[in-house]
Design a protein around this ligand. Structure first.
Ligand code: MG
Length: 338
């Protein structure tokens, strides 16, 4: 088996702003694992809040030697080898995708059937609206028109929050969840905002405060009228064990946990603590979004829209029809390089 990889810069169609930063693109790595002319694809995406940097992940990939593996029948031994070299999670997510893509193709099976026993039905996904002025919000709402629900990025400014939610609700009847991306620094302000949001019919809030205030989430969870999902605070299965008591739900993402195989383990662990499950994504292309969509049936909420803002995507894969994800039934992940 041979590994090839390349750094690539994805460009967004508009500035994407959250409480912590504003970006016009994102760094990724695309990789390919090849056996006898058959190719599995994977993608690693890098987001500012994770300590993982692309340069370190490239060095990790450089250190790997897959020539000793002649097939993908024994995935566990290949994963063990990867883990023995190092633990760079986005690169591991990309490798896990490529291995599963290859395994599916070699067994003439869609990867989703490794994890999910239900039929291939369309899965509703939310559409994410970044932070911006009235014109930006209204442009985004036009793009979101056919989606069954919205995820609205918020900061800690009550004026912005109340204005933006009122603006959106004046133009849309779609159910709304909000994501603070750790933006609020005080539990009393957080609760005041959550109560106001609840009164407006907002369904849930994601990561209101930063992870370093994790112990304040205990009080916030007990008093919040709406469910609170952990995202930045819960990246791996160990985080679920250590921090499940602070949240009603968890946002699981392939880049945080190291791929579909680890995400699948996190689903079972999160259910054992009665956590609600959201499947999320970073800013990433169709390759990683399609990979994640193979697990979508197992989640209560799905937020897989990170690819919709890319202007230079190198892949095709999962389709979106009226805000529902449609996976092909082709063998592998369902990803095709353009
Ligand atoms: Mg989030």
């Amino acid at each position: 088996m041979h590994l090839k990889y390349d750094a690539y810069d994805l460009k967004f169609d508009e500035v994407f702003a959250v409480s912590a930063n504003a970006r016009t693109g994102t760094e990724v790595i695309y990789l390919e694992l090849e056996i006898n002319g058959m190719v599995g694809y994977g993608e690693a995406s890098f987001t500012p809040y994770m300590k993982e940097k692309r340069a370190d992940n490239l060095i990790f990939l450089e250190a790997l030697d897959f020539t000793k593996f002649k097939d993908v029948d024994d995935l566990a031994s290949i994963q063990n080898y990867i883990n023995s070299v190092s633990n760079y999670l986005p690169a591991k997510a990309a490798l896990d995708m490529a291995l599963l893509d290859l395994k599916g193709k070699m067994n003439n099976t869609a990867v989703r059937s490794f994890f999910v026993k239900s039929p291939n039905k369309p899965i509703p996904t939310s559409f994410t609206i970044g932070i911006g002025d009235n014109y930006f919000i209204l442009r985004q709402l036009t793009k979101a028109y056919h989606f069954p629900s919205l995820k609205v990025k918020l900061n800690s400014d009550p004026l912005y929050i109340k204005h933006t939610i009122a603006l959106i609700q004046a133009h849309s009847k779609q159910p709304i969840g909000v994501d603070f991306n750790q933006g609020i620094q005080d539990k009393y302000l957080a609760l005041e905002l959550l109560i106001w949001l609840s009164e407006q019919g907002i369904e849930y809030a994601e990561q209101p405060m930063p992870d370093h205030l994790i112990h304040q989430f205990d009080w916030l969870k007990q008093n919040s009228p709406i469910p609170i999902y952990g995202d930045e605070s819960i990246q791996t299965i160990e985080d679920i064990d250590n921090k499940h008591q602070f949240f009603h739900g968890v946002n699981i993402k392939l880049m945080k946990c190291g791929g579909l195989s680890n995400a699948f383990k996190m689903i079972e662990r999160a259910r054992s603590y009665n956590l609600k499950l959201m499947l999320g994504c970073m800013a990433e292309s169709v390759c990683a979004i399609t990979a994640a969509a193979n697990l979508a049936d197992l989640f209560d909420k799905v937020d897989l829209d990170g690819h919709l803002m890319m202007t230079n995507d190198l892949f095709t894969g999962v389709a979106i029809d009226n805000g529902h994800l449609i996976l092909s039934s082709n063998p592998g992940l369902g990803v095709v390089k353009k």
